[in-house]
Design a protein around this ligand. Structure first.
Ligand SMILES: C[S@@+](CC[C@H](N)C(=O)[O-])C[C@H]1O[C@@H](n2cnc3c(N)ncnc32)[C@H](O)[C@@H]1O
Length: 267
């Protein structure tokens, strides 16, 4: 199982769903009694669900460290997405966010979600191949595209699942009601947050790229190509820091997420 740190999740989820919750409308959150958020991580989606629904929200994850952070927002239960620790028909909505992209068999997980839901199953999944970057540092967009491409080629699961989650719902025997798109836009501009400064330092040292080195080298990328990418990456990071010192650095990143909602067939 791929592991995620608390700081990675809070960094990448910052502001998510704060600007618009329109894409969550098909979940009919205002009518729900019991909701399960599978692969809840630090509970970034769980707390949105709890704010929008009068019902009870429970977070479930296989990582106990992340669950202890989610516990601050909703009650949590440790469990595996493929064998949920709940009897049949416990919830009227089972939802996940950025979980299916990390699983070897998304359809099997969706079928398990359907087992414990009486009504809806929903997945909020990004298309990481369609991320768009606009930066005041010219090289940043191209280098991030190269790094993302190498990561996608090396990772064993479909991290660009996005709207194709619909096919996994079909394979699990669920009728898809709707798919909606939500663009999670993150902007870096002066005055810079502590998180933005930390990200810039991780670029200049190459630490961020190094975290994904093994995954990238599992694909067609060679060691020499990785070293070449890392050299250009660090140079780009130093330019980012220089621009930040002059308060000239600006960056916008848009990650498309797709909300797929399916109805559990009546037995
Ligand atoms: C990218 S994170 C997403 C976390 C959270 N849903 C969010 O969007 O902030 C993926 C999460 O799925 C969890 N996970 C991965 N495989 C799992 C499995 N088989 N069963 C339960 N949780 C799993 C990880 O521990 C991690 O918390």
């Amino acid at each position: 199982m791929r592991e995620f740190s608390e700081s990675y999740l809070s960094r990448t989820r910052e502001g998510m769903w704060a600007d618009s919750r329109e894409a969550l409308e098909p979940l009919a959150l205002d009518t729900r009694d019991r909701i399960l958020d599978v692969g809840c991580g630090t509970g970034e989606l769980s707390r949105v669900l709890a704010a929008e629904s009068p019902g009870e929200v429970i977070g479930c994850d296989a990582d106990p460290d992340l669950l202890s952070a989610a516990d601050a927002h909703v009650p949590v239960v440790a469990g595996d997405a493929f064998r949920l620790p709940f009897p049949d028909d416990t919830f009227d909505l089972v939802v996940c966010q950025a979980l299916l992209i990390n699983l070897p068999d998304p359809a099997a997980a969706i079928a398990e979600f359907a087992r414990v839901s009486t009504d809806l199953v929903a997945a909020v999944e990004p298309d990481n191949a369609a991320v768009e970057i606009d930066s005041s540092v010219d090289a940043e967009d191209d280098l991030e595209r190269r790094a993302r491409g190498a990561y996608i080629d090396g990772v064993p699961t479909d991290v660009a699942l996005g709207a194709d989650a619909r096919e996994e719902f079909d394979d699990a025997g669920l009728a898809v009601l709707e798919t909606r798109r939500y663009d999670h836009v993150r902007t870096v501009e002066p005055p810079y947050s502590e998180g933005a400064l930390r990200n810039a330092r991780r670029k200049a040292t190459g630490a961020g790229l190094a975290d994904d080195r093994e995954t990238m080298l599992s694909g067609p990328l060679t060691e020499a190509e990785y070293d070449d990418l890392r050299g250009s990456w660090r140079e780009m990071g130093r330019t980012v820091i220089e621009q930040m010192e002059a308060e000239e650095y600006r960056r916008t990143e848009a990650v498309p997420f797709f909300v797929t909602v399916g109805r559990v067939p009546r037995s």
